[in-house]
Design a protein around this ligand. Structure first.
Ligand code: OAD
Length: 258
């Protein structure tokens, strides 16, 4: 078993800033949080999903209209990757932060690794891979088949038992609206926070990326990401490390005061 990274890996300035008690902590995450679990991100260089696949062919209402089996097959492949993956120390650190300091988690991720790490009430801005529903009547559906290993195997989506419509992935596609209720809760949570951890997101997809701007000026905002992003200038601190390394160190510091 690997040792928990020591807070000493963080800068002295950040350690100083985090060495007080915070009352309303929010962790806002993106695909980079699950990267160390082996789930590809969308935009990290050559390994990003969007360098291999075209979102317009796979993640839009038009793509669904054009070829439902291609879209369903691709999401089934991604479901398979997630099922094989395990939560990493970053997810586990968020669970610890929640159980000791009541932190809230908001994510753009459609995987279930927060939940499997023990994080409760996760706000999934972009939906969930595990909540498919009828594209016509909205009836929830559960998976009957195991997912494939190949990324572009066409698979006919299941049929809704109620209205005979096609079942679609429970995610938000480009060109679709995010749930207003979920966005509203996320905005209120961030507007009330005193510490915001922005973890593993490129911060280019709106409206989710705009959430960081809702943090009060008095709040401390920290970006955890090995690369610079469009959000870097908006946070007080940047930690250029992976989430699985930095989050346990940050949480170790914060929970000293729990
Ligand atoms: P992106 O793929 O755009 O960005 C991933 C970020 O994670 C990058 O900034 C990387 O530098 C960073 N990263 C990579 N490895 C990391 C690690 N080990 N630890 C921490 N950070 C790491 O993913 P998102 O910002 O989540 O939308 O993308 C936003 C949305 O775009 C997604 O929710 C999805 C996508 O299209 C929909 O599906 C609607």
């Amino acid at each position: 078993m690997e040792a928990t990274p020591s807070p000493d890996i963080l800068s002295a300035e950040l350690r100083q800033s985090l060495s007080r008690r915070f009352e309303n902590i929010v962790v806002f995450s993106g695909a980079g949080l699950s990267a160390d679990s082996g789930i590809p991100t969308f935009r990290s260089g050559e390994n990003g999903l969007w360098s291999e696949f075209n979102p317009a062919d796979l993640a839009t209402p038009d793509a669904w209209k054009a070829n439902k089996a291609l879209v369903w097959g691709w999401y089934e492949w991604r479901r398979g990757l997630i099922l094989k993956a395990q939560p990493n120390p970053g997810h586990l650190a968020i669970a610890q932060l929640q159980s000791t300091l009541n932190a809230n988690a908001i994510t753009q991720n459609v995987d279930d690794l927060h939940e499997r790490a023990g994080v409760r009430d996760v706000l999934h801005l972009h939906g969930s891979m595990f909540e498919p529903r009828c594209a016509i009547c909205g009836l929830s559906h559960s998976f009957a088949q195991s997912p494939p290993d190949a990324p572009l195997r066409e698979i006919t989506p299941p049929q809704c038992p109620s209205c005979k419509g096609a079942v679609r992935p429970g995610v938000v596609w480009f060109g679709e609206q995010l749930s207003r209720a979920v966005m509203g809760r996320a905005e209120r949570m961030i507007a009330a926070c005193d510490l915001l951890l922005v973890v593993g997101t490129s911060g280019v997809v709106y409206p989710a990326a705009g959430l960081v701007a809702h943090a009060p000026r008095t709040a401390t905002a920290v970006e955890i990401n090995p690369a610079a992003t469009q959000q870097s200038g908006r946070t007080d601190y940047v930690v250029r490390m992976s989430a699985s390394q930095a989050l346990p160190a940050v949480v170790g510091l914060l929970t000293q005061h729990g």
